[in-house]
Design a protein around this ligand. Structure first.
Ligand code: GUN
Length: 280
């Protein structure tokens, strides 16, 4: 039976470090601040934003949630972002995605000042990651890398297989794994014979958004399995990994809930304090 990677516990550990850094900053006169912009009433987004707001307050970050109706125009949203860029109380700006269809996501992301882009979605930060330069790293990939670090899972020379090529998870995670000297394969919906590749993985990361997609027959015994998926079946949370068939033979596995999810929020808080530290 696999060792369960307790993301909830590691996230608490991570938040404690962030809280200490935030307290130190506060002593030097800088209160770290995060502005979260939520447009409309997407139920999952509302729940994520509540979680982010609560977690920020717990580590001593001043968080403000700005809630706007789904009828908000792109011009109004861009105006708000310009204001937040110039507002020294906020070191991080997060616009919760997805946005209503009439708003162009790209132009919104590009309006955020790169140093305040705690999601790491701005082209400047995407480019910095690709080049191995300092910048804001997207929260979920950063949280996954911290789980490897905390669990002492070595990456150098290992074959990491990432399923999913999203801008938010798959692509940036592949780059972080490469930077850590893993050999990286990125699979996606058009990959031919996916199971042939996943069975070669020392480290398998599922980030596709399909419930229980990765089954035991796709996983080599002894591999480390990281489940980034957050899906709902009949209101119940489940990951992209079929835990029941994979856990018996894997060496390590993250549960859903309580795996990667809490680390994503911890990484957001850490990015916010990092943004604030650049001001101290
Ligand atoms: N919606 C789902 N995941 C994310 C995320 O990481 N950042 C933002 N801004 N919105 C999201």
């Amino acid at each position: 039976m696999a060792i369960l990677i307790d993301g909830k516990a590691w996230a608490a550990h991570d938040r404690a470090q962030t809280a200490a850094a935030a307290a130190k900053l506060a002593d030097s006169g800088v209160k770290a601040g995060l502005a979260v912009v939520l447009i409309g009433e997407h139920p999952a987004s509302m729940s994520y934003v509540r979680g982010k707001d609560r977690a920020a307050a717990e580590v001593g970050i001043h968080a403000e949630v700005i809630r706007l109706p789904s009828s908000t125009t792109q011009t109004a949203l861009l105006g708000l972002i310009r204001e937040l860029n110039g507002d020294e109380r906020f070191h991080g700006i997060l616009v919760q995605l997805p946005l209503p269809a009439h708003i162009n996501e790209r132009s919104v992301i590009e309006a955020i000042a790169p140093r305040k882009d705690v999601d790491g979605f701005h082209p400047v930060n995407v480019g910095a990651l690709a080049l191995g330069m300092p910048g804001m790293v997207p929260c979920t990939p950063l949280g996954v890398m911290r789980l490897f670090e905390y669990e002492h899972i070595a990456l150098e020379g290992k074959h990491a297989v990432v399923i999913g090529r999203s801008q938010i998870v798959g692509k940036p995670l592949a780059q972080l794994l490469l930077a850590a000297n893993a050999t990286v394969t990125v699979c996606h919906s058009r990959t031919t014979d996916l199971a042939l590749l996943t069975r070669q993985a020392d480290i398998l990361i599922a980030a596709i958004g399909k419930p229980r997609f990765v089954t035991g027959d796709m996983v080599r015994p002894g591999s480390v399995v990281i489940d980034v998926g957050i899906n709902r079946i009949d209101g119940k949370l489940c990951g992209d990994v079929d835990f029941a068939s994979v856990a018996p033979t894997a060496s390590h596995i993250t549960p859903v809930p309580g795996g990667v999810g809490p680390m994503t929020i911890a990484a957001l808080l850490s990015n916010t304090v990092k943004g604030a530290s650049a001001h101290a």
